[in-house]
Design a protein around this ligand. Structure first.
Ligand code: GAR
Length: 199
């Protein structure tokens, strides 16, 4: 294997998907092939980004019967080696994780173990950090296991909270200062390990 074939699962605007594609365009992901995007609902911004980036994109609605089976079938069909959850807001079942043999990694917008687990996603994470009153937050990339946000940590980056931050302002700062650098670097690191294992 020269490059790990990666599927990116998305639920929203897709700025983390964009960061992966931009990093690839800059030649920073030599062991990674962004092969497939799976969107869990129609009409989300990430789909247009995938199209502009020339990556095949399947829409598999998460609320429909058989979601995980359909995703697993797509991963097999596209011979995917590793999965990146880039703003994917569902929780994958233990069965799913057992059935897919490669690594699955996720980006979470806080410093795990703070503000994570079931119910902590998207803006809610930043609302929780602000209402707790922490002065530093950040982002974490971790392996996915059967515990939501509970798998081994790959990389973290801290971001300062500023006086007057709103959840939206903080979300943007965490993306700009942490997520968009951390996710491509961590995905490439895991892809490189996969490629080297199979040499
Ligand atoms: C990102 O902040 C990501 O870390 C978060 O959702 C946002 C998606 O933005 N993910 C989670 O909260 C997962 N628990 P994007 O669609 O623009 O990448």
């Amino acid at each position: 294997m020269l490059r790990a074939r990666i599927a990116v699962l998305v639920s929203g605007g897709g700025t983390n998907l964009q960061a992966l594609m931009d990093s690839r365009s800059r030649g920073e992901m030599p062991h990674s092939a962004l092969t497939l995007v799976i969107a869990d609902k129609a009409g989300i911004g990430a789909i247009a980004r995938a199209e502009r980036g020339g990556i095949p994109c399947l829409v598999i609605p998460r609320r429909e019967e058989g979601f995980e089976k359909r995703v697993l079938d797509a991963l097999a069909e596209y011979r995917i080696d590793m999965v990146v959850l880039a703003g994917f807001l569902g929780i994958l079942s233990a069965d799913f994780i057992r059935c897919f043999s490669g690594p699955i990694i996720n980006i979470h917008p806080s410093l795990i173990p703070s503000f994570c687990g079931q119910g902590f996603y998207g803006l809610r994470v930043h609302e929780a950090a602000l209402s707790y009153g922490v002065k530093v937050t950040g982002a974490t990339v971790h392996f996915v296991n059967e515990i939501p946000d509970g798998g081994r940590i790959i990389a973290q980056k801290a971001v300062d909270i500023q006086p007057g931050d709103t959840p939206e302002v903080l979300q943007r700062r965490v993306m700009e200062e942490a997520e968009w650098q951390l996710l491509p670097a961590a995905a490439e690191q895991v892809a490189k390990q996969l490629v080297e294992q199979l040499k």
